[in-house]
Design a protein around this ligand. Sequence first.
Ligand SMILES: Nc1ncnc2c1ncn2[C@@H]1O[C@H](COP(=O)(O)OP(=O)(O)OP(=O)(O)O)[C@@H](O)[C@H]1O
Length: 307
Amino acid sequence: MTNDIAPAAARPAAGNTPPEAVLTVRDLNVVYRTDPPVHAVKDVSLTLNRGEILGLAGESGCGKSTLAYAVNRLHEWPAEVTSGSVTFHDRDGGDLDLLALRDEELRRFRWAKLSMVFQGAMSALNPVISVRAQLEDVLTTHRPGMSRQERRERCAEVLRLVGVEPRRMHSFPHELSGGMRQRVMIAMALLLDPQVMIMDEPTTALDVLVQRGILREILRLRDRLGFAVVFITHDLPLLLELSDRIAVMLRGEIVEYDTAETIHRRPRHPYTRTLLDSFPSLTGDRGAFLRTGAAARSDAPGEEDAR
Ligand SMILES: Nc1ncnc2c1ncn2[C@@H]1O[C@H](COP(=O)(O)OP(=O)(O)OP(=O)(O)O)[C@@H](O)[C@H]1O
């Protein structure tokens, strides 16, 4: 492992502006009401700052997805939030208690303020509805005042942002490669200019080159558009490259929470050290390609995974 990682948490807060929270999770507990019950998220507290990438790491089954779903109120019975709070600090001012939002408020909130990208784009996208129709549907629902022309233009714009040629909007998801579909999912998550994106293993199923291209794109977009990201993966070394801060989760609890720099140089918890040592490097020298752009241009946006 190399020591050339960029100073974590240095990038989002340009100048001397102190970090400003966009999402605060306090003492969150989630239990699956099964027999026996599973206490999947235990007293989790996290703060996501505006524009930062917060990595959430931990092995399969530690509760990462349960936490992400609960934050966005996407959890379903038998999962139940038993205590805690999730507060969204809107850039327009005002705090929203997400756990208290009624259905209609929640519907308006999701995608517009906070969007989510899941691992399997194929399960999130409808394979038999064109990309354009699915993107436009989000706009029709959330921006009813937009004209047809404006909707088309916005769809083309977000596809371009994620490195997909706008002509691809006429395709159906099943006609696209896995990487392309993930890019379309990211485009959809960007449509309404959200302040937070939760990405749950968005590139895990993809091969390494395609992963690299997409991860780079996420960094570029974050720098350009300023949204904050909760990036979930079991690949802690990958998070070292991508994240500003990292939370390490073990059996439902956050056992270490610090800047990527500190976790890289001075991991305190034995489990963090195990995760760092045991995971094979997918990306070569850590920190080499994502932040510095040192990789070959073969991972140029949208081309590597074109069919
Ligand atoms: N529907 C369910 N009913 C009962 N227990 C569940 C259910 N879904 C998840 N769990 C349990 O909750 C715990 C946390 O699971 P979760 O899927 O959140 O972990 P994860 O870290 O996201 O894992 P992965 O990386 O494999 O998705 C696990 O013990 C899991 O078995």
